[in-house]
Design a protein around this ligand. Sequence first.
Ligand code: PLP
Length: 411
Amino acid sequence: MKFNTQLLHGKSIAKNPGREILPPISQVTAFRYESMEELERVFKHKSMGYAYTRIGNPTVSAFEQRVNELEGGVDAVCCSSGMSAIMAALLAVCNNGDEIIAGTGLYGGTIGLFHDLEKLGIHTVFAKELKPEVIQNLINEKTRVIFGELISNPALKVLDVAAVSKTAHEAGIPLFVDSTTATPYVAKPLKLGADVVIHSTSKYINGGGNSIGGIIVDGGSFEWDFDKHKALSEFKKFGKRAFSVRLRTDLWENFGGCMAPMNAFFNYIGLDTLGLRMAKICENADALANALDELEGIEVDYLTLKHHPYHEYVEKELNGKGGGILNFRAGSKEKAFRIINSLKYALIASNIGDIRTLVIHPASTLYVHTSKEEMEAAGVYEDTIRVTVGIEDTEDLIEDFLQAVKGRTER
Ligand SMILES: *Cc1c(COP(=O)(O)O)cnc(C)c1O
């Protein structure tokens, strides 16, 4: 099966008892049982069943199983947000005193989370380039996980998953990949060698811009060394599944960052059109990047452009696609604001992955609380405009951006 067929007819599409085409929305807090013995079996994990929505819910499971199949994992756990997913995944493998190696140019919220983890005694070492030779020098006896974004938002650096996972595995360390901006349509990190994949489902997976959510997918192939990964030692008997079992039965359940059933339903129906949307989004982004690139005095940053530093990965790792994010520099903050304000279709909004084209000036919003060094490491300057391309008609989109940019130079 190819992507869209698997999406609609894969083995994870549950047969619903009432013959519904979509999973019913189990908008409940708790589930009732006929006898106390039955509920006891559920609590002891002796029989399958739902008890309380923070711990499990059929609508949420239906969505989890679908993403799990698309990514090729052994289990997937939904979270209340992408941030909650990143936090739970990292805390499942890190104790006080442990270290994380992370790339730079990451999503601003993730950088903030790493600062918060410092207060819990978990230190993050940032690698300017998440490359094998750099990582080799940073790995020490405290390193527990390497974390990177497949296509970083908004820096558009691409992680070489095959090479980095090889180096990580040689040192007995797993690679966790935030694949939010790539989506399974553009790349499948587990197949490339990653051990855990994380998505903010709020973005492309939902697609309609209607629900915050996150998901963690466990590849189930990492050989945990329980003397090194002490955070997982109580789960030793689960072997390669120790990570997802700890998440589900311990950490994630106790932190309480579950996804709401209604949001799981919105995500489920959003996922139906992921392939169609991503194909159109990538086509539009490529066309818009090329149109802007021809303009004098405009510096465009998009993966499929031949001059992009990570261009070679488009064929090597990204299924020939460049994703939906492009950045361009307007010359100054004032010019950037003027361009943004004169766009007719692009909405000024702090989000990515919507079907509508969105635009923002990152320096004065997403990075307003970040140091200049961290901001520039993320590829964001005073004059950077970030565009997350939607599914509008290509010609309209290009015409709108060209009129806005040209208006800027004439004034
Ligand atoms: C948005 C985003 C997040 C955070 O997700 P939320 O759902 O907003 O919590 C994490 N990583 C990346 C790459 C993102 O774009």
